[in-house]
Design a protein around this ligand. Structure first.
Ligand SMILES: Nc1ncnc2c1ncn2[C@@H]1O[C@H](COP(=O)(O)OP(=O)(O)O)[C@@H](O)[C@H]1O
Ligand SMILES: [Mg+2]
Length: 392
């Protein structure tokens, strides 16, 4: 297998890809994945043989897909080939791949989205053939930075973040919710600095959907970046603003080198997204200006109403930071969201004007729970008494 990056980089990347790009596995599973990744390095992943394409190297290998770099022979065009990994994919997996292809096609005119060229059957599965503009995922970049204990500078971060905000605005304006923004799904060209978004594998073309309560091990999305409402545990409909949360978590990692929540316990992680505030980026690294830190925290607000309401509002704030940095060499704080106007009509999912009814419900709840706790403490007193009598 021809390897463009060298075995060292690939070793590190494969290890990190497998351990970090999937939903955070439980401890036992993590150990298993690390062993699998080492095995993969020794035995190169199964090479793809597809008529009309020359395969150069495998760049990603996960439980679901293998991604290769290759050349389309008819015109010598660089391509990416994303292959369903299972030998016997289920109808649901096949449908999902087809849907991913359809949604990406639907967005083919957006410059900042990797184009889908075609889809082909391959054995019992499918291969999606995608644009290769010479970029690598931010996950790979983060892994390299982590190896040298560096973080991204503001000069690198801001132009990148502005591009991502612009692309996200275009995705949302076509009524698509990405639902899986994370550094593995943002690709950056190392020389030109051009950014593109990939992986519409779980995206939807609905403006709103109701997530259901699922086992966290099968939650859609990458758990370290998933929004509270996308966990299905908030009794809230999901809309495009879920992407702002995941983007905030990705920005957080780019700026600080750390995830907002570092636990590897699946349920605890879900709880953190629902109820805990991450340490602000500025506190982790005092070189991050307060304004930039505040933008990240606004993106990661627990309820969608408190986040940005439009990608263009976010982009305007990022541009203001970038302008300040270029002209004065520093970034002063300013009120965020000045140009943040939602272009979609939103009915807030809060109850308004029902104060009295809420009061009555809360009072009833505390009466009942007070009664319950007195029942429990009474019965535990009884038990203790019983125990003491038995002991005698
Ligand atoms: N067009 C592309 N250009 C560069 N790298 C890509 C491209 N498509 C995929 N990759 C690489 O493959 C990885 C997995 O692709 P992705 O579509 O996100 O698969 P999955 O659905 O398994 O997450 C990405 O994180 C990235 O490293
Ligand atoms: Mg992905």
């Amino acid at each position: 297998m021809q390897d463009l990056n060298g075995i060292g980089l690939r070793a590190r990347s494969l290890y990190c890809l497998i351990s970090a790009e999937n939903a955070i596995p439980s401890q036992g599973l993590r150990v298993k994945l690390i062993q699998v990744s080492t095995k993969l390095l020794l035995e190169n992943p199964k090479m793809l043989k597809l008529d009309g394409y020359q395969i150069l190297s495998a760049i990603y290998n996960s439980a679901n897909s293998i991604v290769y770099r290759g050349i389309r022979e008819q015109d010598n065009h660089a391509v990416i080939l994303k292959v369903l990994k299972q030998d016997y994919p289920t109808p649901a997996e096949l449908t999902r791949y087809k849907q991913e292809y359809e949604i990406t096609r639907h967005l083919n005119l957006v410059e900042g989205i990797v184009k889908a060229y075609s889809i082909r059957e391959y054995h019992r599965g499918l291969v999606i053939i995608l644009e290769d503009f010479g970029g690598n995922s931010l996950r790979m970049l983060l892994n390299d930075l982590r190896a040298t204990q560096e973080v991204m500078s503001l000069e690198e971060f801001l132009p990148l973040a502005i591009q991502v905000a612009e692309i996200l605005g275009q995705i949302h304006s076509r009524n698509v919710i990405h639902k899986d923004l994370n550094p593995g799904n943002i690709v950056l060209h190392p020389e030109t600095g051009q950014v593109k978004i990939i992986d519409f594998g779980i995206s939807t073309q609905l403006t709103r959907e109701n997530p259901t309560l699922k086992n966290p091990n099968v939650l859609e999305g990458t758990l370290a970046y998933i929004s509270p409402e996308q966990t299905g545990r908030m009794n809230r409909a999901l809309d495009y603003r879920t992407d702002f949360y995941s983007l905030g978590a990705s920005f957080y990692e780019l700026l600080t080198g750390k995830l907002p929540f570092t636990t590897t316990d699946v349920l605890e992680l879900v709880h953190c997204h629902l109820a805990k505030q991450p340490v602000t980026p500025h506190k982790l690294n005092a070189e991050i200006p307060l304004a930039v830190s505040a933008i990240v925290m606004k993106l990661m607000a627990k309820t969608a109403e408190e986040r940005y309401q439009s990608a263009f509002g976010l982009k305007a704030d990022l541009e203001r930071c970038w302008q300040q940095l270029q002209t004065t060499g520093k970034i002063d704080s300013f009120p965020l969201g000045n140009q943040d106007l939602a272009d979609k009509f939103q009915i807030p999912q809060k109850l308004y004007g029902r104060e009295q009814e809420i009061e009555t419900l809360l009072a009833a709840f505390s009466r009942v729970s007070g009664h319950l706790s007195s029942v429990t403490s009474h019965s535990s007193q009884e038990q203790n008494k019983q125990q003491t009598t038995n002991d005698k």
